[in-house]
Ligand binder design. Structure first.
Ligand SMILES: Nc1nc2c(c(=O)[nH]1)N[C@H]1C(S)=C(S)[C@@H](COP(=O)(O)O)O[C@H]1N2
Ligand SMILES: [Mo]
Length: 391
């Protein structure tokens, strides 16, 4: 790359320049890839902008900041199998009925580091903090189509979103993603606000496609064009990256990602994260509260969250609180007042908590998440495990 900004050499300076909390974990200070430490994530039910993870493949000039992106001349083009093709200005959107949705924004690579305990999975080694919960506001795609009198041809099977960012090198494909149109038509939001403020530039302002229930990768930032098409995008980012294998594959193997053998990282898998205590934390012997969150793709309820203190032999239910939205975190907690000391590792001081969730479709999390190992380490949703020591 030509000339890097000075702060790219220095994670601390990078965070200061962008406006993020100085305690964030910097994975890449050039394009901006930053993870939230779990201790900070658990402090808020709506993740503040200073603490929200960042994942950029590439980015538009001037967008490495928490300040809003200038919206004055922003336009969104609607093209393909839609009639009439149309361009909407940012100010047009303000005149259309507004909607809000709370949703988990999670990178498809969140948890990749846990696959790497079995065999290295290529990419940023995210642990638990490649996610946050956000309240988005904007115009529903359906509302925009209806209020503008647009007709989508029934041959249109995919919605492809293009961002205004461009590839880091001229021989790379642009970042764009396709999702099944019928599945998102009612829920897709053209978001202008994040937690009550204009979307910060680094998070895709002034306009971002928000797809509740879908992995972060599909939530295209700086969205400038929506294409309604028969086929999905051929961009490398959609056709070769952000895909998992339909069949189980051998950890460490590198099969080619072909359309017939893989699936895009679309709807989020059911998942749980223990955020209190955190791994390797030392705790005093005494009453012990364990808490965290579970969520799924929002299509059906989470019906139970269970914890095991004995390596998965026996499980008990924890208290699950109502989520802010079906697409949101379901906070849970359990307090052990007595009796748990017998689970101390061989009379020692180490203790492990394992947590899994179930939804009304009977979906749950594998005991060993590595059964879904894939070369790029996407969609980790194994039973979460945290070990602490007591003294
Ligand atoms: N235009 C554009 N949109 C994008 C990306 C990108 O590189 N360019 N990255 C995607 C990925 S992989 C993720 S995980 C989320 C991250 O959103 P955030 O940076 O606001 O946390 O944005 C998605 N949308
Ligand atoms: Mo991502």
């Amino acid at each position: 790359m030509a000339s890097l900004p000075a702060f790219a050499q220095n994670p601390q300076a990078f965070l200061a320049a962008v406006g993020k909390d100085p305690r964030m974990i910097v994975h890449d200070a050039v394009t901006g890839v930053v993870e939230t430490p779990v201790q900070l994530l658990r402090e808020h039910l709506l993740t503040p902008k200073e603490l929200l993870f960042v994942r950029n493949n590439q980015l538009p000039p001037g967008s490495l900041t928490l300040s809003p992106f200038p919206a004055t001349d922003w336009e969104l083009e609607l093209s393909g199998l839609v009639a009439p093709a149309m361009t909407v200005s940012f100010s047009d959107l303000a005149g259309i009925e507004q909607s809000e949705v709370v949703a988990v924004l999670q990178c498809a690579g969140n948890g990749r580091a846990f696959y790497s305990q079995t065999a290295m999975a290529k990419g940023t080694q995210w642990q638990r903090g490649g996610m946050g919960q956000i309240r988005w506001k904007g115009v529903r795609l359906k509302q925009l189509l209806d209020s503008s009198g647009l007709m989508v041809d029934e041959d249109a099977r995919f919605l492809t979103a293009e961002g205004r960012d461009s590839p880091a090198s001229s021989d790379d494909d642009d970042y764009e993603q396709s999702v099944p149109l019928a599945d998102v038509l009612e829920t897709a939001l053209l978001a202008t606000h994040m937690n009550g403020e204009p979307i910060p530039a680094i998070h895709g302002g002034p306009l971002r496609l928000v797809l509740p229930g879908y992995y972060g990768s599909m939530n295209v930032k700086w969205v400038s064009r929506l294409r309604f098409e028969k086929e999905a995008s051929r961009s490398r980012h959609h056709a070769q990256r952000y895909r998992t294998f339909r069949e189980r594959i051998e950890p460490g193997s590198q099969p080619e990602a072909r359309a017939e053998t893989t699936h895009p990282t679309w709807r989020q898998k059911i998942k749980s994260v223990i955020w209190n205590p955190v791994n390797d934390e030392r705790r005093l012997v005494g009453p012990l509260t364990v808490s965290g969150v579970s969520w799924n793709d929002g299509r059906t309820e989470i019906v139970a969250v269970e914890i095991s203190l004995d390596g998965g032999n026996t499980w008990q239910r924890v208290n699950v609180e109502a989520p802010l939205s079906p697409y949101g975190w379901h906070p849970w907690n359990v307090t052990f007042w007595y009796g748990w000391k017998r689970y101390l590792d061989g009379g020692g001081t180490a203790m492990e908590f394992r947590v899994r969730a179930f939804d009304a479709l009977g979906r749950s999390q594998p005991d060993d998440g590595a059964v879904h190992w894939n070369p790029s380490g996407y969609e980790w949703f194994g039973v979460d495990s945290v070990k602490i020591s007591l003294h």
